[in-house]
Design a protein around this ligand. Structure first.
Ligand code: ZN
Length: 412
């Protein structure tokens, strides 16, 4: 390892206790979207964070707040902290969200969720993992270089956003759509998901398609089926037909786990309450996770064709609705510079060969990818987000900061 990296890593190790203290202070400020009953917004937490950052000598701060009348201050804070690098053509971005989800059932917590506790090498409290670990790691990576007087290879920007937990419309999505501050060649890290063994760099996701089928026949007595049309049987036939989805859309892509598109019948609404009635209506639903290689409209068309067939054969009508239909963003290529830089850093810090991977759908990084920006999601976490007794490991937090510093000093 280079002398410079060693110096940076020592510096980051020396921050360990203060990183924990910053976690404690952040946890003490509940920052929830006004979508939640107990939500007052993120302004108090953002203000604290901003003054903390300024006190440490990082003064290049720009706000991209989103107006929101529902909170007292009228805004949802989003801001960028920049540390100048050798090269300003390409920026490195590390995004963290300041909002958290409500604690949920308090009886499932071993203490006040807003008073961080330490257990062994873990911190416990709402927000410590999601997303304060990534926030603190990114911040201390930047601080280490700043305080050592080392210029990063690229201008490095920490972007702190609101509203991630309720869809990002007033957070990163707003920033990306209203302020053109990111460029095509920029390097983007979102430390907001990962595995405890550091091995997953999330670069892609599947499309999500939820289909609901409402089959209508004619209700009648169980002993006289000829007087009605059994909607439940028709729905069962439909499910059998829809198994064909697996054959029709059978491409494999090993970036994903599982590597195929999945088409699963899930919910079944209750129909009649007694055994001797033939149901006139039957409602079933499918959860489909589709590789981005396919257009989900084609999946829908296939389902419609099969429904038409059943309608003809069994005399029912079948209506299809889509409670959720989210087309996947284009994946970040496996050989994108940010993926390579991260993998190098992870190897040096954790001695792990991390792999780019795709997941079942719906991460905040999609907002970048939809705009043609290559974002990689990575962190080393215990994966307890949104749970009671949410926890984050102190050593992971410190080592992840080293990985980010590694990326900041890495050449493409
Ligand atoms: Zn999160």
């Amino acid at each position: 390892m280079s002398d410079i990296l060693e110096k940076i890593f020592d510096k980051i190790d020396s921050y360990r206790d203060e990183m924990v203290e910053l976690q404690r202070k952040l946890t003490a400020i509940p920052a929830m979207s006004p979508n939640y009953e107990e939500g007052k917004g993120e302004v108090a937490k953002a203000k604290f964070l901003e003054s903390w950052i300024k006190e440490r000598g990082l003064t290049d701060i720009t706000h991209y707040d989103t107006p929101d009348d529902r909170v007292k201050e009228g805004i949802r804070p989003n801001f960028v902290v920049k540390l100048k690098g050798k090269n300003s053509d390409r920026k490195l971005w590390i995004m963290a969200h300041i909002d958290v989800v409500p604690p949920g059932d308090l009886s499932e917590w071993g203490g006040d969720p807003w008073k961080m506790r330490i257990e062994g090498d873990d911190m416990i409290g709402r927000g410590v993992e999601d997303n304060q670990q990534g926030l603190v790691s990114g911040l201390y990576a930047v601080l280490a270089l700043k305080e050592l007087g080392i210029e990063p290879e690229y201008d490095t920007c920490l972007i702190f956003v609101s509203d991630e937990e309720t869809g990002s419309k007033l957070g990163i999505k707003y920033v990306l759509e209203n302020h053109k501050i990111l460029g095509k060649d920029d390097l983007i890290i979102v430390p907001d998901a990962g595995e405890p063994d550091s091995s997953m760099i999330e670069t892609a996701e599947k499309s999500i398609l939820w289909m609901k089928f409402t089959t209508t026949g004619k209700q009648c007595h169980g002993s006289t089926p000829e007087q009605g049309i059994n909607a439940h049987r028709a729905a069962a036939h439909l499910i059998t037909e829809l198994d064909g989805l697996y054959k029709k859309f059978d491409k494999k892509n090993n970036v994903y786990e599982p590597p195929i598109s999945t088409f699963e019948p899930t919910m079944k609404e209750a129909n009649v309450t007694n055994i001797n009635t033939i149901p006139g209506t039957d409602v079933i639903a499918y959860d489909c996770r589709v590789l981005p290689e396919y257009n989900t409209d084609d999946v829908l068309k296939y389902a419609r064709d099969k429904a038409d067939k059943i309608e003809k054969e069994l005399g029912v009508t079948i209506e299809i609705s889509t409670p959720q239909h989210e087309k996947a963003a284009p994946p970040t290529p496996n050989n994108a510079p940010i993926v390579k830089l991260l993998a190098k850093g992870i190897k040096d810090v954790y001695n792990v060969d991390a792999k780019p991977m795709g997941i079942g759908g719906g991460t905040v990084a999609a907002h970048f990818r939809k705009m043609g920006l290559n974002a990689a999601v990575w962190s080393t976490i215990l994966d307890t987000c949104h749970q009671p007794e949410e926890r984050a490991n102190i050593t992971f937090m410190v080592k992840d900061a080293k990985v980010f510093a590694h990326v900041m000093t890495g050449k493409i």
